[in-house]
Design a protein around this ligand. Structure first.
Ligand SMILES: Nc1ncnc2c1ncn2[C@@H]1O[C@H](COP(=O)(O)OP(=O)(O)OP(=O)(O)O)[C@@H](O)[C@H]1O
Ligand SMILES: [Mg+2]
Length: 299
């Protein structure tokens, strides 16, 4: 079965899509069969970043049952023989009509995609769809820029994802019906308290789930002036969320990235010797090592 990697952020426009397409191409070049998937419902644009301006098939075809198997929507890209794409739907959440059963069908279908790695670009924000798509993965990448609002939104996103993860563990399901989470939990501690009341081992298993939740951070648009105190963010998350956060890598602010977007190509192809491309290459290498190292055993 393919290894699923989700790419999310709290705030929009921080570089999820450019990170997704570049990592996908780097891994494809390293011999992996990669499927790049755009689950940014309503804001789908990943296909444009890899030069596919008018995709013949999109996620809409799957959601409308015109295509039954998600794998059949994955189309090969001219930029690399190992790379396929599932273009997103141009529909909004409402028109895509993604009710609970649709979402479950979509998530279940990921198991039948023929690939080594699936990279899933997720829309910004903390809606249930974004959180569930983020959590369905084996590896969770969170993108932020050094902008303080981006870091704050990232913190909020990870906190809500952690809460949803604990709740879904309790429900014994991979995804929960939205009604269950309609109650607003403002902190992880609150969930742990509720968990503790369910049964003797409730709190302990919630804490174990939280410890096993270890998203990986990617910092984008880093420059001499704009940096992030990763240690401090990590401490904050450990203290208030319970999980650990590791840094996968940093991507510098680089005009080559913007030029590549305008040329409809990933920067690793458009400007391979640029600092941003070099950073993406290194990150792909680190990610590959992460994928081949067996995950820490979650109890
Ligand atoms: N390292 C960088 N250096 C310079 N510009 C960058 C860098 N990373 C991203 N950008 C610019 O930011 C724009 C937005 O990036 P991208 O579309 O990947 O963000 P996103 O998080 O996917 O946005 P959305 O939330 O709207 O989906 C790109 O088109 C590019 O011009
Ligand atoms: Mg995007």
């Amino acid at each position: 079965m393919a290894c699923v990697i989700s790419v999310a952020s709290g705030k929009g426009g921080v570089g999820k899509s450019v990170v997704s397409v570049n990592l996908a191409l780097v891994l494809a070049r390293k011999g992996k069969q990669v499927v790049l998937t755009d689950l940014d419902v309503g804001g789908a644009d990943v296909h444009v970043l890899v030069g596919l301006l008018n995709p013949p098939l999109t996620l809409t075809d799957f959601l409308n049952h015109r295509i039954e198997h998600l794998d059949d929507v994955a189309q090969r890209l001219p930029i690399h023989p190992n790379l396929r794409i599932i273009p997103g739907t141009g529909d909004t959440l409402a028109t895509a009509n993604m009710v609970y059963s649709q979402k479950m069908r979509l998530i279940r279908n990921f198991q039948n995609i023929r690939a080594d790695v699936i990279i899933v670009d997720i829309g910004a924000g903390t809606g249930y769809h974004a959180l569930d798509f983020f959590l369905m993965a084996d590896h969770h990448l969170a993108v932020a820029t050094p902008d303080p609002t981006s870091v704050l939104d990232l913190y909020k996103f990870i906190k809500l994802a952690a809460i949803r993860r604990v709740l879904s563990m309790f429900m014994g399901r991979d995804v929960m019906p939205d009604e269950v989470t309609n109650r607003d939990y403002s902190s992880v501690e609150e969930v742990l308290d509720v968990a503790g009341k369910t049964d003797q081992s409730g709190r302990a298993s919630a804490e174990t789930t939280l410890r096993a939740f270890q998203p990986t951070l990617i910092l984008n648009r880093v420059s001499g002036r704009a940096r992030v105190n990763v240690l401090q963010l990590r401490k904050l998350l450990k203290e208030y969320v319970g999980g650990d956060l590791t840094l996968l890598g940093e991507i510098p602010e680089d005009s080559a990235m913007e030029q590549a977007v305008r040329a409809y190509l990933p920067v690793v192809q458009y400007a391979p010797s640029s600092p941003a491309a070099a950073a993406m290459e290194r990150m792909g290498e680190t990610l590959l090592q992460l994928l081949t190292t067996p995950p820490a055993q979650a109890a």
